[in-house]
Design a protein. Structure first.
Length: 446
């Protein structure tokens, strides 16, 4: 198979993603690449080439370098949330060729973004194959096989220090590095797939993220495969994911390599082919994952009394204009007004936080109003242009816990924006009226 041409596609934010499209199958298959595997070099590796040819035998593959990697646009490792950045790329690449629906084949660090994409855009994902995946990598009582928190930074530093020497590939995929020539070749692949700081930041960011709360919202048929000897991702993570995605299948495979095309890849790729070609998504498009934002003007009754009916209505109209402007700027969707506030949804939690910050400052500067904001990410029911469901109620209750000019979020939001530079102050656990259980809330700093 001849090496396909690498092309660029531009995201709505003006970022260029490098991609290749190849194969003649009836199913589109997204193949996101991150650190260690560069799009423009993969065809030079016989093992990777064979794996790509297998995928192309039953699908139209759209392989692309995720933002920050390979030939795609760079990111600032200190300020861009990996998960939100990556699902923006998934959304753009899915539309190539005009089909707008695709299966997803991902492994390692790209699986968290894949799961978030599948939950956020259920109409776009026909099926999903996750290899050596994890939803959260930090150790907890529910995830005792995870990495201890204090080792994550050291793990990232070790990757950075050895990046570009071939050592990272040898440790991750021992079967790929059997000689000094292999090491030199894969050292070049590492260097051209990412810079040391970018791969360190992305690895730490995804490891510290947690998409566990997202998993029950995934509607796409999902196959999870884990190699029991993988030294980069413990295989138990696969079972953790499969237990939480409705109807997911978990297959445990022998082997010590992390990359699906390394080692004994034949069974893995055959399992993927059977699953993707045999899966048919029955869309459940009235339930999607979304970030819900509520704003509320603090002490609105006093403002209305002081201004009088006419001036109060003019002020509210100006408030609505400011909110709509910033929602458009940050890709939010205005759902409805709430009298003295707003209900909106976003496809990314970091954008919701940044939008809330902008609204607070602009409304205070232009109108002298103080507002409070609550943000939660969860599954919502779509009813025409309106939304409903427990996630909406939670966001409303979270907003009630905020004070003037304050943004309060659920822990789910905090876990999904790791790496964004957004800082939080722990507000402790709270009972939310009408919502079961205790909820840990966080205030956005700054």
């Amino acid at each position: 198979m001849k090496m396909p041409e690498t092309r660029y596609v531009e995201t709505p934010e003006g970022v260029y993603l490098a991609y290749q499209a190849f194969g003649e199958g009836s199913v589109d298959l997204l193949l996101p690449l991150t650190g260690g595997v560069a799009l423009d070099l993969v065809w030079d590796e016989p093992t990777i080439r064979a794996g790509l040819q297998h995928l192309a035998s039953f699908s139209r593959v759209i392989a692309f370098d995720c933002r920050g990697f390979g030939s795609s646009g760079r990111v600032d490792p200190n300020s861009v949330p990996a998960l939100q950045t990556w699902i923006d790329g998934f959304d753009t690449v899915t539309t190539l060729g005009g089909r707008e629906r695709a299966a997803v084949f991902a492994w390692g660090e790209s699986t968290s973004g894949s799961m978030l994409f599948a939950a956020t855009y259920p109409e776009r994902v026909t099926s999903m194959v996750l290899v050596n995946a994890y939803a959260r990598n930090i150790r907890s009582t529910e995830c005792p096989w995870g990495m201890p928190e204090h080792l994550v930074k050291a793990y990232g530093a070790a990757i950075r220090e050895n990046w570009g020497t071939g050592v990272a590939t040898e440790l991750r995929d021992p079967s790929l590095v059997q000689s000094e020539e292999d090491r030199r070749r894969w050292a070049r692949m590492e260097r051209l797939s990412a810079t040391p700081d970018a791969v360190e930041a992305a690895t730490i960011s995804v490891m510290r993220s947690d998409v566990t709360d997202v998993l029950p919202s995934i509607r796409a048929p999902t196959l999870v495969m884990s190699r029991v000897g993988d030294r980069h991702v413990r295989y138990e993570h696969g079972g953790y994911i499969a237990d939480r995605i409705p109807g997911a299948t978990w297959v445990q495979l022998q082997g010590i390599d992390h990359t699906p095309f390394a080692g004994d890849s034949e069974r893995l790729l055959n399992e993927a082919e059977d699953f993707i070609t045999g899966s048919r998504l029955v869309p459940v498009l009235d339930r999607v994952l979304a970030t819900v934002l509520f704003t509320d003007i603090v002490d609105s009754t006093s403002y209305a009394t002081r201004l009088g009916d006419r001036r109060w209505r003019e002020a509210l109209n100006r408030y609505d204009e400011l909110v709509l402007h910033h929602l458009e700027r940050f890709r939010g969707r205005h759902v409805k007004g709430t009298g003295d506030g707003t209900l909106a949804t976003f496809d990314g939690p970091a954008r919701a936080v940044e939008c809330a910050r902008a609204i607070i400052h602009r409304v205070k500067d232009d109108l002298g109003f103080h507002i409070r904001v609550g943000i939660h990410t969860g599954e919502v029911e779509t009813r025409g242009d309106d939304v409903a469901g427990i996630a909406v109620h939670i966001a409303a209750r979270v907003a009630n816990r905020a004070s003037a000019d304050q943004i309060i979020t659920s822990s789910t939001v905090k876990d999904l924006v790791v790496g964004s530079g957004i800082e939080f102050a722990d507000q402790g656990e709270h009972e939310l009226k009408g919502v079961p259980g205790a909820w840990r809330l966080f205030a956005v700093r700054g």
